[in-house]
Design a binder for this molecule. Sequence first.
Ligand SMILES: [Zn+2]
Length: 303
Amino acid sequence: MRNRDTQQKFLIDSCDVRGHVVQLDDTWQDALARTEYPAPVRQVLGEAFAAAALLASTIKFDGKLTLQVRGDGPVYLLVVQVTNDGSLRGLARWNDVPADASLETVFGEDARMIVTVEAKRNAESYQGIVPLEGSTLADALQTYFKTSEQLPTRLFLAVKENTAAGMLIQKLPTEERLVNDSDGWQRAAVLCGTLTDEELCEDGSELLLHRLFHEEQVRVFDAEPVRFHCSCSRERTDGMLEGLGKTEVDSIVDEQGTVEITCEFCDAVYNYDKVDVAALFKGVATDVVAPLADDNGADVTRH
Ligand SMILES: [Zn+2]
């Protein structure tokens, strides 16, 4: 079964556990279409796509969630963003990455994982930063949950040629527990531990959940669509150029004839010639100096 691009919530009532499963086909292919990623980078980027979708599914927010890993290793930036309506975009930047490298070798010794939620309601916004620990990104995320969240959480991530997928289970908060079976959490974690990468990527979510939990009482909710979608726009690029200031933008146009800005998430190109720039700065008297970066801090190239 292909082109699922969904996330799905489930409850294992008999274990007092909730979970989410995410399977990305076209979304993952669209992310890969932009850049020729070497295998080790593809692997961590795919895991991060699934992980970001899972993280977003565990919280209620109206805005966007950004999962980043920054370090001084060969992969020095990994960023995936997901909005509350299921749009995902992401990229990685790297230098030479050795094949079969450990997580520490890929990202460097002092790498950090940063989770940011920018929500329309300020109360929902936050940022959590943890050292990148463990042998996989799933391990590192479990550490993140341990330090930042409270509820025991397990994550499983897998990447194949055409699919990036993940499953997350979380112990229900005390007030939501139905059976208070003290072995429930352990049982669910052991069952999930039997999951193979192939099953996670290739089986439909219903089959997957049935195979794992057929001896438990499971409720599966409707699948929600997710997709690759970039939030860049001409308006946002206008804003970036305004932030850069008229003097600087004029000097680029004088030098190069046009200003060309390429979005690194989706390869969209925004072009400004002399007339566009004049229109943009019409009536603007003073310059404001700000770095040329989009709203999530990822650089946008200037040609
Ligand atoms: Zn874009």
